[in-house]
Structures are given as structure tokens and as C-alpha cells.
Design a protein around this ligand. Structure first.
Ligand code: SAH
Length: 235
């Protein structure tokens, strides 16, 4: 049984969306991973299937009810389901490649997508939801964030990417941003490919790429370098 994703959303028609195409879509068809999008509204209350209510304490917008989300979670993830339960949320820990890799090595994920002002705080504790953020900006709902997270996870699943190696040298895998890429033509608008890359010296190429990755990371994301320095040296 492959990686299994269950999405709880008010907009199940947004899935699989982009995940139905390209590498992820091929993986879905081949059964390398599975995806179900469940409508939270099925657990809504009354004839109107209400899922939200006004915020306690006043203020604008609506809040998704804890009892409704609890019913949706319990239906999608009965006891014994070992998958982590995520809540897409701008207050969460920002997603990074390390968390993505850990998720890809696990059985799957249950992902709750918020809408409106977000969810009643009590559901987070009551169902042990891990809040995950896509970054320091506000989306209108968790669906796009869930799609982005799953896209990052699924491409790491065994059998998804053609060449096993192609995931390993990328940005963040070594704690660094990636070195620059070049391909034909040899000259483009007066700009040549760096000579070392066409020299045929694999050792020199590797050295150059490492130096460029360091330079770019130092310039753009010095915070990542501090993390690399803090990591124990492997291999
Ligand atoms: N009132 C909230 C924003 C709610 S946005 C606040 O100020 O924090 C509605 C929903 O979109 C959220 O419940 C969450 O599921 C999703 N969302 C918005 N921004 C996100 C982000 N940066 N990362 C992940 N999910 C996000």
C-alpha cells in the first residue's frame, strides 16, 4: 500500500487538480499513491449543512466549527490510522524539505483545509492537528497549500521520478540552494556556458557546483548556511 492522502475540504472539486497531471498524476494512475478529497459539508449541521458560525467575542468573518470538523476527521481517519493529521494554517511551522521528506517516508497524511477565518482552536488540540504553513502570506483557503505540500511529497515517492538521483542534488537537500543550470546552445545572446562545465573534468565540475551553491546560498539565504553549520557532519 502506497502513500495515502485524505483531504478534508469544502471544495473537493479542487482535487486532484494539478496533482492529476504530470509526475503526480502518473503516480496516481499507477497506484503509487492515492488521494481522496472528502467534503466537510457532509458533516454539516441541519438542513443547510452548516459548517461555520460567528466568532466568539465578535469580529468579522466566520469560524469553522470544531464539532463538524471532528466528525469529518473521525470519518476519514478512524482510530488506528497512523497517518499524521495536518492543518494547513498560516500560523503553522513553515513547511521545509526535511518535513516533506519525512512525510514521504510515512504512510500518508490527513490534511484539513481551512476556509473563512480558520477553524475553532479546540479542534487542533482535540484531534492533535499539526499546523503547517506554506509561508508568511495569507491564502483564501488551505486547498492550494495542501496541493503544494502533496506535490512536494509525491515527487519523492519511490517510482515517481525517473532518475532516482534527480532529487538528491536539488535545492535544500544538502541544506543549500542549488547551483545554476545550463544547456545548449553553447552561446546564448553573447553569454557562454561556464567553461568548466564543458571541460569533461567531473571533479572540477563537482567543485564548481559546490562553490556556486555556497555562493548563492550565502547571498540569498544566509539563514540556511547557519543551519548547515549546526548539522552533524554525515558520510
Ligand atoms: N484568519 C486567518 C487566515 C485564514 S485564511 C489568519 O489571520 O491567520 C483561511 C484558510 O486558508 C486557513 O484556515 C488555512 O487553512 C489556509 N491558509 C491561509 N494561508 C495559509 C498559509 N500561509 N499556509 C497554509 N495555509 C494557509
Amino acid at each position: 500500500m502506497g502513500f495515502s492522502a485524505s483531504i478534508l475540504t469544502l471544495f473537493p472539486e479542487m482535487f486532484p487538480g494539478p496533482l492529476g497531471l504530470s509526475l503526480a498524476g502518473k503516480g496516481l494512475k499507477e497506484g503509487i499513491w492515492s488521494l481522496e478529497a472528502r467534503n466537510i459539508r457532509e458533516h454539516g449541521l441541519g438542513t443547510h449543512r452548516m459548517v461555520d458560525d460567528t466568532p466568539a467575542g465578535g469580529g468579522p468573518g466566520m469560524v469553522m466549527r470544531a464539532d463538524v470538523i471532528a466528525a469529518a476527521i473521525d470519518a476519514a481517519s478512524p482510530e488506528g490510522d497512523s497517518r499524521p493529521r495536518l492543518l494547513m494554517s498560516p500560523r503553522g511551522r513553515p513547511l521545509d524539505q526535511r518535513r516533506v521528506r519525512a512525510l514521504a517516508e510515512g504512510p500518508g497524511a490527513l490534511i484539513v483545509c481551512g476556509r473563512f477565518e480558520g477553524v475553532d482552536e479546540r479542534i487542533i488540540e482535540a484531534r492533535g492537528l499539526e499546523e503547517v504553513s506554506l509561508g508568511d502570506f495569507v491564502l483564501s483557503g488551505g486547498e492550494v497549500a495542501a496541493i503544494a505540500l502533496l506535490d512536494a511529497v509525491v515527487r519523492l515517492l519511490p517510482g515517481i521520478m525517473g532518475k532516482e538521483a534527480s532529487g538528491e542534488e536539488e535545492s535544500f537537500e544538502a541544506g543549500l540552494l542549488e547551483y545554476p543550470h545550463y544547456t545548449r546552445p553553447a552561446e546564448f545572446e553573447g553569454r557562454a556556458i561556464p567553461a568548466v562545465l564543458t571541460s569533461g573534468h567531473h571533479g572540477e565540475v563537482a567543485k564548481w557546483r559546490r562553490a556556486e551553491a555556497l555562493r548563492i546560498t550565502r547571498e540569498r539565504r544566509p539563514d540556511l548556511l547557519r543551519e548547515v553549520a549546526d548539522q552533524p557532519v554525515t558520510k
